[in-house]
Design a protein around this ligand. Structure first.
Ligand code: PNS
Length: 154
């Protein structure tokens, strides 16, 4: 089964990587889709986010990283994936994710498979990482070392 894990990944966190790694043990092929979201103020460009993910996932033979623009279902069709996979941290994620899953099914019959975040990453989010970092806090336990290096190098 070939699946798509879409997201902003601005920046990738240990929670994202945990989901990608667990999926790489379950599914044959994984596309990590980095969205170009013009309406969101991003810290990293799509190229930078993709480069970090490529570096982090380089040992995983069945994981490919691609950048996409536009509708998720169009990208999912162009990649011929069988399903979309999203990590869920808590019930607070659920309403929005459930709505997107139903919309994506309605738009193009794509199923969404939810995978629960591991308990140790249940509280980690990219936006919190950015906020903590902006106040000089230590994020090294929350993101891969590649991300810490990028944050420190500007
Ligand atoms: O990591 P995020 O920010 O929660 O990821 C959100 C993402 C990329 C899954 C969502 O923004 C998305 O699907 N964007 C593409 C545009 C689209 O298809 N929108 C309609 C979704 S129902």
């Amino acid at each position: 089964m070939k699946i798509l894990i879409p997201g902003s990944f601005d920046p990738p966190t240990n929670g994202h990587i945990d989901v990608i790694n667990r999926c790489s043990e379950i599914f044959n092929e994984i596309i990590v889709g980095v969205v170009v979201n013009p309406s969101k103020d991003s810290l990293f460009t799509p190229d930078e986010r993709s480069e970090m993910l490529v570096e982090i996932c380089k040992e995983k033979q069945n994981v490919k990283v691609k950048i996409f623009e536009g509708l998720l279902v169009d990208f999912a069709s162009s990649e011929s994936v069988d399903a979309i996979v999203k990590g869920l941290r808590a019930m607070t994620d659920f309403d929005y994710e459930f709505q997107m899953a139903q919309m994506n099914f309605n738009l193009a019959d794509f199923e969404t498979i939810f995978i629960p975040a591991s308990p140790e990453y249940g509280y980690v989010s990219s936006s919190m990482v950015k906020e903590i970092y902006s106040y000089g806090g230590d994020v090294s336990a929350l993101v891969p070392s590649v991300v810490v290096e990028r944050l420190n190098n500007g």
